[in-house]
Design a protein around this ligand. Structure first.
Ligand SMILES: [Fe+2]
Ligand SMILES: [Fe+2]
Length: 341
């Protein structure tokens, strides 16, 4: 490297570093709650590869069951396999914004956790299908063929949001990004606790318990950031948050409830195939909730979210699909999506 102009020959101290630069040289600690969550992320650390996989014999399930359970993990992967890069981008933003030290560590822990969740999906799918990739796998049954078509459509839809997300990250304050994340975290904590309670297959039950606990911490991270930042939020930001909550509902419904067709570009036979697979999963002891149970749980998660936003006077969007009234939001596109899982 050659230096064009040697400033160190001309001045005693270097010029100010232009801001924002990527790294803070400071370790401010303000939010005590974040310290607790970080400590919990270390003491609760787990490794998906060390779950009791020995107790799991894929051959004790029929191919219909294997393909149906693998489909559920594939559906989850559409959300969880994008989570590591999504949170890695948020982690970089924490450094650029010179966020306080415990906030940087907490976002680092979320990135690590989401990588674990992605690993868990991969380990499950690989064992169930005896193949490491649900899109190139050769289905063995009729339902398996229909589910692979579903998986291809899900993958296509999920892939559309990355460019929009990359544009959103520099544009919005962390405070706005957090509200979108929170929607995903509340939803995720809900579904994994449900699945852990009902699933009879030990390795999956334990996996769900661990993932649910991770998601609970992620939720706590978002909540404490909101507590710190929301009292000083701009009016304009409030409107963005309202829209993001509606976007979160539309996006996350695909895994927590059923994909809204005005938003997800999916063929007509998508939902019938998915419902059939879920019934097969339940019979095999893999507890995907029934339609009404999903709807009720999703509704409860959204009402929790509403209670948080009400505290800060942020208008809530109407979500008539689960019986929640509020502000009408109609113009949500895939590229407006910030929520993650
Ligand atoms: Fe996750
Ligand atoms: Fe999460």
């Amino acid at each position: 490297m050659s230096i064009k102009e040697r400033l160190s020959d001309q001045m005693e101290l270097p010029p100010e570093t232009e801001q924002p630069n990527v790294y803070p040289l400071s370790w401010r600690r303000q939010t005590a709650k974040m310290e607790e969550i970080w400590a919990a992320s270390l003491s609760q650390a787990w490794d998906p590869a060390k779950l009791p996989w020995d107790s799991f014999d894929p051959d004790s399930f029929s191919w219909e069951e294997r393909e149906s359970i693998a489909y559920w993990w594939t559906l989850l992967s559409v959300f969880d396999a994008s989570a590591p890069p999504v949170f890695a981008a948020a982690l970089i933003k924490c450094y650029e914004d010179h966020e306080e030290d415990p906030v940087r560590r907490c976002f680092f822990s979320v990135t690590r956790d989401e990588q674990n969740h992605e690993q868990m999906c991969g380990l499950a799918i690989t064992r169930l299908l005896d193949h490491p990739d649900p899109l190139t796998y050769a289905p063995k049954t009729e339902i398996g063929k229909r589910l692979q078509k579903n998986a291809k459509w899900l993958y296509f839809n999920g892939g559309r949001y990355w460019e929009g997300y990359k544009r959103a990250v520099p544009k919005y304050d962390l405070a706005i990004l957090f509200s979108s994340f929170l929607m995903g975290e509340i939803a995720a904590a809900t579904i994994f606790h449900q699945m852990a309670a009902g699933t009879e297959i030990p390795v999956f039950k334990e996996g769900f318990r661990n993932i649910g606990r991770d998601e609970g911490r992620h939720m706590a991270i978002c909540m404490s950031l909101m507590e710190r930042d929301y009292p000083k939020l701009d009016l304009e930001d409030r409107a963005v948050i309202t829209k993001q909550i509606r976007a979160g509902y539309l996006f996350l419904s695909a895994v927590l409830f059923e994909p809204p067709m005005e938003f997800w570009d999916l063929p007509e036979d998508f939902i019938p195939a998915q419902r059939e697979a879920e019934a097969i999963c339940r019979q095999a002891g893999f507890a995907v909730p029934e339609y009404e149970a999903k709807k009720e749980n999703w509704r409860k998660a959204i009402l929790n979210m509403k209670a948080v936003l009400d505290k800060y006077g942020i208008p809530f969007p109407a979500i008539p699909e689960v019986g929640i009234t509020g502000e009408e939001i109609t113009d949500v596109e895939m590229e407006d999506i910030i929520p993650v899982f």
